[in-house]
Structures are given as C-alpha cells and as structure tokens.
Design a protein around this ligand. Sequence first.
Ligand code: AHR
Length: 502
Amino acid sequence: MSIQSKMIVDKDFKLAEVDPRLYGSFIEHLGRAVYGGIYEPGHPTADANGFRGDALQAIRALRVPIIRYPGGNFVSGYNWEDGVGPKENRKRSLELAWWTTETNQVGTNEFADWAKLAGSEVMMAVNLGTRGIDAARNLVEYCNHPSGSYWSDLRISHGYQAPHNFRTWCLGNEMDGPWQIGAKTAVEYGRLANETAKAMRWVDPSLELVACGSSGSSMSTFAEWEATVLDLTYDNVDFLSLHTYYNNNNGDTANFLASSLDMDQFIDSVAAVCDYIKAKKKSKKKIYLSLDEWNVWKTQGTSRAQQHWEIAPPEFEDVYNLEDALVVGCCLISLLKHADRVKMACIAQLINVIAPIMTENGGPLWLQTTYYPYMHASIYGRGTVLHPLITSPKYDSKDFTDVPYLEAVSVYNEEMNEVTVFAVNRHLREGLELTVDLRSFGTVEVIQHTILEHEDLQAANTRSNPANVLPHNRGKAAADGGRVSALLPAASWNVIRLRVNG
Ligand code: AHR
C-alpha cells in the first residue's frame, strides 16, 4: 500500500541562494578526530606530513566547503602558541575539556596545510574561556597579517611565508555551558566577545565573526542568552551560532524521525531573537545564523573522570544506522528550507567522533550511513532553493504534532539546468507516492533517482561490513511533461535529479 503526497516546484518562487558553507563540518582535538583520523604518520596511506590519504579522499568526495577547528570545548583551554613552531619543541598539555593529553603535533599551520589538501576553508575558533582579547588578536596577526610584525614574522619563521587568510572566526564555544572551561554569563561573554571582535577586526577588517548562541535550545537561559549577547555585540559580529544534537535513545523512531521539526523551530526562534534586537537597535544590519554543530549524537555524556590523560583515546565513536541517516537527511532539508537565514552549518563532526567517516588506527576507513545524505546534499544541493510547497498526510508523535510523512525541498542549479528534489519518506511501513509539479519548467527529464533504504532501520556500516547500507540508483521516478511521479519507499532518503529547460 502507498499514500499520496504532492510538491509544487516553481522557478519563480525563489527562497535563497545556497551558501555552500551550509555543507560545512567540524574537526576538534577530541577522541581520534585529529590523531588517527586525519593525521597518522606511519599509516600506509599517509603522506610525508602524516596526513592519511584515505581520509583525505573520503573528505574530498564530500566537497566540504568549510571546517571548524580546533574546537569545540577543546578551544576553551587551548593555547594556540603550543601548536606552532618546530614539532620537537612542542609541549604536551593536560587537556581539561576531555581529560586527555594533547601532544600538539597538529596545530594551526598543519591544519591549514591539511585543509588546503581537503579543498576546504578553515573556520577558526578563538579561546574565550581561559584567554581573551590578546591571544585572539595575536592569533589573527599570526595567521592573516602578511609580514613585518612580531606574530606574522614568527609565522614566516615557521615556514609559512604566505598568510593563511582565514576569513571566518568563532568567538569562543558554548560559553553558556557549565561544562565549558571558563563558562560565562551572557553579560560577561557579550562584553568579552564584543571587545575581542573589535581588536580582531582592527588587525584584519575582512574577518567574518560568529558570536556564541546557546549551546542548545534546552538551556534554561536559551533566548535570553541570545538577546543579551546580541545586544552587546550587534555591530561587531555577523553570525550567531546554534548547536543541536538528536538521538533515538528512547527507541521511539516515529518521534526521532520528526527531529528536524525541532531544528526548524530552533532556527525560527533564534532568527526571531536576532530580529528583535535588530528592531530594538533600529539597525539595518541582519544577523545570519551559523548552525555550526548539528548531528545525531547517541553517546553524549561520557564523563571526564573516565579519562586518564590518554593520548587520542576513542571517544564518541557512534555507529550510525539507517534511521540516523534519515534524520541527517531531514536536517539537511531543514537547513535548505532556511537557506535565507542559515548561511553556515557544520555537521559535527567529520571523522571518528560522531562522524560520517570512520577509521581504524593503522587500518582501513569506512563510510557510515550518514555519509550519503551529506554527500548528496553537498554535491547536488547547490544553486537556488525553491519554496517547498508540499501537501502530505501527517502524523503525531510524542513530542510533535502534524509531522508530514514527506519531508522535501528542491534546489535549482541554473548553470547545470538541473533541479534536484531531496525527499525523506518518514512512514515506517508504507511507500509514499510523490507527484512533483514543475509547472514553470516545461518538459523535464529524470536524470537519476537515488535511494538510501534497508529493510532493517538499525542496519549500519561497520569495519567488518562496510557496504551494508549503500545508496542505489534503482529509483523509478518518471517524468511526463512537467510532472514527475516517484515512489518513495518506506523509511527512505531520496535524491531525484531532473534536467529542466532554463
Ligand atoms: O561536538 C562535540 C562537542 O559538543 C563540542 O566540543 C561541544 O562544543 C559540544 O558540546
């Protein structure tokens, strides 16, 4: 049996150009993300600098436009000076965010080198936990000033004649969280972020700056934090950050699959707070949103006390199954539906730590289920988002009402004459008939209908079974003039690529 749904896609109903940075990611000095993930000297695929070739290949295939670094909670205790200069002189530090030993063998310059190889920009974060204005402005000078000053000349002496020219910078991380080293009240943080932003911009006026929003919408200070921080920083920042993670630890799949409705609501609420401050200040400036940590995260809450100052212990190595991939797909659709306001987003994280890519130290690499929707959106979701006009049957779950079985959005790539429809069928047992009315495009052709599905929602890819859940191109979307019909299998992620007349 199947149920019916409909979508109208009109090229005149433009929502927004997709900022490619919507498909960003995150690599923190946490677990085996850096050491054992992107960097493992001696690994059979490693280059002369110790960067794993298999990891680079898997990351390049995702076309990740920007990667946040070096944290996360890690950045709030990080002394960036410990990670530059000759490697043999770098000190080992006790790392208080995750209670590990940081060897500092990878630091700012190595990450810049690696990001270049990966084809990604770096989104740098400065430490506003234990440090402040001085360390931040010095880091900007070290990274971005051409030469002729102490910090820029130090970079040159470290072998980096050309500045890195990092453009996007986070002013700290989750400063509202009691777990954060140097956590602050909204007023303390807002004042510090504003003064730090001014000094950083006086070193390099081209910077784009992200102020910390709440570390989640469930924080008791949520919304008030955003309002206070923006009130204190409005003229000196460009973005406000949002962080959100979901899981199905209660085993309620219908409810879990509706998680992206929470993301929709979160984005709308933060945008409303930004606009409230805009109105209050009678400002012309619009603050954009950076959803710079989002994902499914099941193993949250590992205690610091379980660590014994190990070097790069495995941490948060979540195994993602099909239902997790569907939620990631729905979240990507949510980001696209808000592309007019969300200009940057980072799936957290990229490798080995709550990540689409996994490696074994000294061993192989494999791709988790979540890799595929992320890759599809990053490759085919570039262009203009068209307003999703959707008719779908709905259901209620524990936390949500009116959850549409069809979650979908379309992106028009004018250069390629392509429209791509991304769609999830949330129904767990029934196929969903989808009719797409592309009225303004004339006659269209189906290029490909890709599906990620599996009879077992818990099916995952693992080291021993890396190809258990793979997308296939056997979807049967069919075009008839300006209409496309497709059957979206129960609990599936779909990518329908269409050739259109411009
Ligand atoms: O992504 C893992 C952690 O989650 C980050 O370090 C922190 O910012 C968040 O709480």
